[in-house]
Design a binder for this molecule. Structure first.
Ligand SMILES: Nc1ncnc2c1ncn2[C@@H]1O[C@H](COP(=O)(O)OP(=O)(O)OP(=O)(O)O)[C@@H](O)[C@H]1O
Length: 236
């Protein structure tokens, strides 16, 4: 077992500024649960919090570590084990077809092109989208694109998966399908997931939920309690 000081995701004395403006203030946070959800109003700081986990945002003060590795000093190592899925899949799909995008993710870990192609296909198959492999990515629906974006990240077998409002563009059926696949693969491969979401049903399916408001974590604990606090505060 890892020690509480180094295991999981740790924030110590973290403050993020944009100029003089304080965007996020997290004095002390240790995340060791498998499924974590982050909720809160627009502009509260959820994305900033998530992006600190893999060094996409650097703390102005303090530090963030993943299993003892500093997200700034050891950013590359952290990013190798921490996959990030954005709300807009277009940001993550750069190749003409899904198969080529997953192959691109694997270019460093698998040099042999035929093995790489086979691994990319396996990854698409695992997500139930093998039939999309050679379609034009631009012509896929948002839901299909979001699953392909997830495949490009999962291909690298991350230990931690950070999902920033991943189902915003999806209809109810596709959002449920996406969430079920993430959940199933998370359990299958022992992946920790941290998901920012406005979907409170999804937020409830977690071991721990954080409520972020005005750049601070104002509630933290079992999802039911934290969601009630959020609903209570948001009541108009
Ligand atoms: N690069 C940046 N420069 C300046 N301010 C920023 C930057 N990125 C975010 N902010 C500000 O930081 C605050 C937190 O934004 P953030 O995107 O983290 O919130 P959020 O909770 O994810 O919001 P939403 O639910 O709308 O996605 C906002 O006031 C936003 O305007």
């Amino acid at each position: 077992m890892t020690s509480p000081a180094s295991g999981g995701i740790a924030f110590r004395g973290v403050r993020v500024f944009a100029g003089a403006r304080l965007l996020l203030n997290v004095p002390d946070l240790q995340l060791t649960e498998t499924r974590i959800t982050v909720i809160g109003p627009n502009g509260g700081g959820k994305s900033t919090l998530l992006q600190l986990v893999n060094g996409l945002v650097e703390p102005t003060e303090g530090y963030v570590s993943v299993d003892g590795q500093d997200t700034v000093d050891q950013g590359r190592a952290v990013r190798q084990r921490t996959g990030f899925v954005f709300s807009s899949p277009a940001a993550q799909l750069v190749m003409p077809t899904p198969l080529e995008d997953v192959e691109l993710s694997l270019r460093r870990s698998l040099r042999d092109t035929s093995k790489r192609r086979a691994a990319a296909l396996r990854c698409l198959t695992e997500l139930g989208i093998a039939e999309l492999a050679e379609r034009s990515s631009q012509e896929l629906s948002s839901g299909q694109q979001q699953l392909v974006a997830l495949a490009t990240v999962l291909a690298l077998r991350p230990q931690i998966l950070v999902l920033d409002e991943p189902t915003t563009l999806l209809d109810l059926v596709n959002a449920q399908r996406f969430n079920q696949r993430v959940e199933k693969l998370g359990q299958l491969h022992g992946i920790t997931t941290i998901t920012a979401t406005h979907d409170l049903d999804l937020a409830a399916r977690a071991d721990r939920t954080l409520l972020v408001h005005d750049g601070r974590i104002i509630a933290d604990g079992p999802p039911g309690d934290v969601i009630s606090t959020y609903r209570h505060r948001s009541a108009v």
